[in-house]
Design a protein around this ligand. Structure first.
Ligand code: PMP
Length: 345
């Protein structure tokens, strides 16, 4: 039908690698959501009567837990809301501004959503692949910056973020991977009301399938966001699991530390094989590769049932279980080793 033509011309689907046995393409947590929390949630906490009602979203008890977790005295309930994943928060935020700005390489959904919504957007590449370029932004613009960045995982300096804030643009700082970097610019909310911090339960809390994200910002941004988003946007069960995750933070903390150590081990090994990698602080590593080597690696990984995320100039590999990470190291290490031997003969 003609009526769909303009959407089909501008929008493109969010494509992901096909799901495989060992899937390291979407930065999911390698550990299952803890069984003991599920047992508690479904045996002790779940109120059947809450399933048939339009359950509050957000539920006050989840907001309280998030505030405790943030531990910032200058914030209260009016500063926090939730979304159907961080993605919903990003999507809805785009509807509230005149222009969307982002800096590739960056989270691919910024472009996918901007195109789907038909909003005006500006994409300007990061300088040297890592620095926010000097850009003419102003009030009415919303600038999306993941920190740590996705796909490289590197951190931006607070000076780079403040430069954007001082220009009057609204900055949506996407801290989806915060728990793996331990670096947050939450404190900037003290000084700027044109800033929102977006977080998620998908990564550090093993809840990607439950779709829970949250946003922390000025009371007026949160009020506006709550008016534009869908009512009852996050389900009762999703909110319950998110709250219980925060109440059992120690379980996740141990896992987060393991993932961070494993990431550093992967980086060290990949560097020692001679690969160029970014200084990732997320739950993933990025390996820069030329097209030939990349294709060989993708094929060898695929032969072993492993999917990683394919980019123009490299691959992003989520930190998996030890056994999965070992396969990655064996394949990438083995390839450089055999190339070296070939070079010698
Ligand atoms: N922001 C970034 C930077 C991400 O990488 C992702 C997930 N890949 C998201 C947001 C989306 O998170 P959620 O699952 O909460 O929608």
């Amino acid at each position: 039908m003609r009526i769909f033509e303009s959407v089909l011309n501008r929008a493109f689907p969010y494509e992901t690698e096909k799901r495989t046995e060992r899937y390291l393409a979407l930065n999911e947590n390698p550990f299952d959501f803890p069984k003991e929390i599920i047992d508690r949630a479904f045996v002790k906490e779940l109120e059947l009567s809450n399933l048939k009602i339009y359950y509050d979203s957000p539920d006050e008890s989840l907001i309280e837990r998030i505030l405790d977790y943030l531990g910032a005295v200058f914030l209260d309930r009016k500063n926090v809301s939730i979304g159907n994943g961080a993605d919903e928060i990003i999507y809805v935020t785009m509807l509230m501004f005149k222009r969307v700005v982002f800096f590739p390489p960056t989270y691919s959904c910024y472009k996918v959503f901007a195109k789907a919504l038909g909003v005006e957007f500006l994409e300007l590449p990061l300088e040297d692949g890592v620095y926010i370029p000097d850009v003419d932004v102003k009030e009415g613009d919303v600038v999306f910056v993941p920190n740590p960045n996705n796909p490289t995982g590197h951190l931006f300096g607070s000076d780079e973020i403040e430069k954007l804030l001082r220009k009057g643009a609204f900055v949506a700082l996407d801290e989806a991977y915060y728990e793996f970097s331990k670096v947050t610019y939450l404190e900037l909310l003290n000084r700027y009301d044109n800033l929102a911090i977006i977080r998620t339960f998908s990564k550090a809390f093993s809840l990607a399938g439950q779709r829970v994200g949250y946003v922390v910002s000025s009371a007026s941004f949160v009020d506006a966001y709550n008016r534009v988003r869908l009512p009852f946007n996050v389900s009762y069960i999703s909110q319950l699991l998110a709250r219980l995750a925060l109440e059992n933070y120690q379980i996740f903390e141990e896992r987060i530390n393991w993932i961070m150590n494993e990431r550093e081990r992967m980086k060290e090994n990949l560097r020692s094989f001679g690969y160029r990698i970014s200084d990732s602080r997320g739950n993933f590593v990025f390996v820069y590769l030329d097209a030939n080597e990349k294709n060989v690696i993708l094929q060898r990984l695929s032969d072993k049932g492993i999917a990683v995320r394919n980019f123009k100039d490299g691959i992003r590999i989520s930190i998996g279980l030890r056994e999965e990470n070992e396969i990655i190291l064996n394949v990438l290490g083995g390839l450089r080793e055999s190339n070296k031997l070939e070079g010698l003969t």
